[in-house]
Design a protein around this ligand. Structure first.
Ligand SMILES: [Zn+2]
Length: 161
């Protein structure tokens, strides 16, 4: 598996799949800089944690705790402000759990609903047809227009099912 990934990285430069992973932090940093945000060491530490989480939603305090391992002086306010900024840029989304708390997950797609595993918390963006079918049906039958960025579908993931 590891060997296959290395081969991919060496021979293909695609914007999808595993080969894109090392580029994610750079892409986020670029979006943040374009929005007038200076990229400092503590902010990079936060990006690295979000990148490493790979679909696991983390609460702000967990992100702070993990990022402090590489940047011990990191303040909580930096993490909160950065998450807000990244959310407004569509780089992270809030995930709501059963206790009503929320966590954050990095996403490459802000237009489709989130699928969240009730058992392990693994989170991914639902494929586009899910939204198309759902929004068609709800608009036609009930006149409701979905707000996809807010939509979260609780489910059991293949690993937990
Ligand atoms: Zn699961």
């Amino acid at each position: 598996m590891a060997a296959a990934k290395q081969t991919l990285n060496r021979h293909t430069v695609k914007s999808t799949g595993d080969a894109a992973q090392p580029l994610r932090c750079a892409r986020w940093a670029m979006s943040l800089r374009a929005s007038g945000y200076r990229m400092t060491a503590p902010r990079r530490a936060v990006l690295a944690v979000l990148d490493h989480a790979q679909g696991e939603a983390l609460e702000a305090l967990q992100i702070w705790d993990n990022a402090r391992r590489s940047y011990p002086m990191l303040g909580k306010a930096t993490v909160y402000r950065m998450l807000e900024r990244m959310e407004s840029l569509g780089l992270v989304r809030r995930v709501h759990d059963q206790r009503g708390c929320h966590a954050f997950v990095a996403v490459d797609d802000k237009h489709n609903p989130l699928l969240v595993c009730l058992r392990c918390g693994h989170t991914r963006v639902a494929p586009a047809p899910v939204l198309a079918v759902l929004s068609d049906l709800l608009l036609r039958e009930y006149g409701f227009q979905i707000s996809p960025a807010e939509l979260q579908i609780s489910a059991i993931c293949p690993e937990c099912g």
